[in-house]
Design a protein around this ligand. Structure first.
Ligand code: GSH
Length: 232
């Protein structure tokens, strides 16, 4: 029997883990990390993730404590630990990982940068252009895949759970780019799942904490958070 503590904020890389925990019927404590005040660089947090980023998942069981960072590794661990959503059979498992890694290596960084360069600064047409072009390339690929298959790896899996919150976030900034039929069908099917609704409700309690934390963050703290200056 395991219990979980998830360290995070209201960002897509955290939401995907909340969805997985809900889909797997696990209970978990949520520890909000105030990234605007730099909690992720405090020694207690760096002991959990030396890279200073959320999410981190700690599992407690009779076998002892087990701590993991990097959301893709966490998703893969949860799927294997509970024997669900990781693909049935070797081939299927490989395809789940293929789409999970695709999200991790491509969509996360690209969508994040497309949002950052388009909305967090007015000074970077080069960055806007570069990341919006790459974002649209990835969205086209995703649309083609979902036109051929109900879910990314065939059956609903951690790969879909990993991408879905990123599409949800992208919708706040690039809704016009997301109106393609297969993507819409896939998005609605996942949104309708009770576990996903439960995850959204849980995250609704976290969003205001981020907003409040950002409101009181100093310009120096925001510079650090956005990676515009190095941490001391
Ligand atoms: N590849 C990492 C990315 C994690 C990440 O970028 N976390 C952000 C929030 S979504 C964060 O902690 N930012 C604070 C910082 O970098 O100082 C993962 O998927 O876990």
């Amino acid at each position: 029997m395991q219990t979980y503590t998830l360290y995070g904020m209201g960002s897509p890389n955290v939401v995907k883990v909340v969805i997985a925990l809900e889909e797997l019927g696990q209970t978990y404590d949520f520890v909000h990390v105030n990234v605007f005040q730099g909690e992720q660089r405090e020694p207690w947090f760096l002991a959990l993730n030396p890279n200073g980023k959320v999410p981190v998942l700690v599992e407690r069981s009779d076998e002892g404590d087990f701590s993991l960072f990097e959301s893709g590794a966490i998703m893969d661990w949860l799927a294997r630990r509970h024997g669900a959503f990781g693909g049935s059979g070797d081939d299927q498992q490989a395809h789940v990982r293929q789409w999970l890694f695709f999200q991790m290596a491509n969509c996360g960084p690209t969508f994040g940068n497309a949002i950052h360069f388009s909305f967090a600064t007015k000074e970077a047409p080069y960055g806007q252009n570069r990341f919006q072009i790459e974002m649209r390339k990835q969205l086209k690929l995703i649309e083609e895949r979902l036109a051929a298959s109900d879910y990314l790896a065939g059956e609903y899996s951690i790969a879909d759970m990993a991408l879905w919150p990123w599409i949800r976030t992208l919708e706040m900034f690039f809704a016009d780019d997301l109106q393609t039929p297969a993507l819409r069908r896939w998005f609605a099917a996942i949104e309708a799942r009770p576990a996903v609704q439960a995850a959204i409700a849980r995250m609704d309690t976290v969003g205001p904490l981020d907003k409040d934390a950002r409101k009181v963050a100093s310009p120096e703290q925001l510079d650090r958070y956005f990676g515009r200056v190095a941490w001391p």
